[in-house]
Write a protein of this length. Structure first.
Length: 261
C-alpha cells in the first residue's frame, strides 16, 4: 500500500533495483544472469548514460507492475497503465494525484478486502460440503488424510516438526516446505490461530489438510510482501513428522514465591 502511494516517485522506483540480488551490468546496461550468460534481450541499443538510466527506471517500474499484476490479476489493465503514465508525463491526467491516491486507498482498504471476504466465504462453503471435511467451533475446516499415532500436540505451547505446503484457494503457493531438504519446527503459539488449532487434531506421523478462514489466518491486513491479500482464506497440507511436548513448568518454591512479592 505504501509503495503504491509513492508510485509516481521515479527516484524511489529506481532505488529498488539496487539490492543484493542485482547481477553484474554489462557495457550496454543489460543485466547479466547468475551463470554469466546474457538473458533474452529486446534488441534496444543503449547508446549513452541517458538511455541506460531511462531504461533502468522503466525496467524497474515494469518489474514492479509485473509483481502488482500477479497480486491484482485482471484488475490491472496494461494498456490503461501505459496510457496513464504517458498522460501523467504530459500533465494531462484524467485523475489528479489526490484523486488517484484516494481511489487507491479505497481499492486496497475497502474494495479488495470485501471482494476477498465474499469469495473466501463462498469457497469455504463449498469445501465444507466435501464428505471428509470437518469443522471446528472456531470455523476451521480440516480433513485428516493420515491419522498418525496417538501422540498429539495438546497445548499451544507444544511444538511440531513438519513438512508442509501453504497455498491460496486458486492454488498459488505462498510457502512450500516440501521443496526444501529439511523439516520445519514450530511452536503452535507462534503461528496463525487456525494452524495452531489444526495441528492438535492429528497425531505424529499423520497428515492433515487445513482450510483456514481469514479470521484465523492473517485477517484484514493480509501478509505484507506476499501474495496473501486481505481476508484471504489459507489452505495447508501438513505432514507431522514429530510432536514435541512443551517442557513442564517447574513447581513454584517458597523462595520463588517470596521473590515475586
Amino acid at each position: 500500500m505504501k509503495r503504491l502511494l509513492i508510485v509516481l516517485s521515479v527516484f524511489a522506483l529506481g532505488l529498488t533495483a539496487c539490492d543484493s540480488k542485482t547481477a553484474a551490468t554489462g557495457k550496454d546496461g543489460a543485466q547479466a544472469s547468475a551463470d554469466g550468460e546474457s538473458p533474452r534481450k529486446t534488441g534496444m541499443k543503449l547508446k549513452n548514460a541517458s538511455d541506460s538510466i531511462s531504461y533502468a527506471i522503466g525496467a524497474d517500474y515494469g518489474r514492479y507492475l509485473k509483481n502488482a499484476k500477479e497480486t491484482m490479476g485482471g484488475d490491472l489493465n496494461d494498456k490503461v497503465v501505459l496510457k496513464a503514465i504517458r498522460e501523467a508525463m504530459e500533465d494531462r491526467s484524467t485523475l489528479t494525484q489526490q484523486e488517484g491516491f484516494a481511489f487507491m486507498q479505497e481499492y486496497f482498504t475497502v474494495i479488495v478486502p470485501e471482494r476477498n471476504r465474499k469469495a473466501g466465504e463462498e469457497y469455504l462453503a463449498k469445501v465444507a460440503e466435501q464428505p471428509n471435511v470437518q469443522k471446528t467451533e472456531s470455523g476451521l475446516l480440516y480433513e485428516i488424510l493420515v491419522p498418525g499415532s496417538d501422540k498429539k500436540a495438546t497445548s499451544l505451547k507444544d511444538e511440531v516438526r513438519v513438512k508442509y505446503r501453504g497455498y491460496l484457494k486458486d492454488g498459488r503457493d505462498f510457502d512450500n516446505n516440501y521443496e526444501k531438504p529439511d523439516t520445519a519446527r514450530f511452536a503452535l503459539n507462534r503461528v496463525v490461530k487456525g494452524w495452531g488449532e489444526g495441528l492438535q487434531l492429528v497425531g505424529e506421523g499423520g497428515k492433515i489438510k487445513l482450510y483456514i478462514p481469514s479470521e484465523l489466518g492473517y485477517g484484514m491486513m493480509g501478509r505484507r510482501g506476499t501474495i496473501i491479500g486481505p481476508n484471504e482464506p489459507l489452505v495447508f497440507e501438513v505432514d507431522v513428522i514429530e510432536v514435541i511436548p512443551a517442557e513442564p513448568a517447574e513447581p513454584e518454591t517458597d523462595a520463588t514465591a517470596s521473590a515475586k512479592k
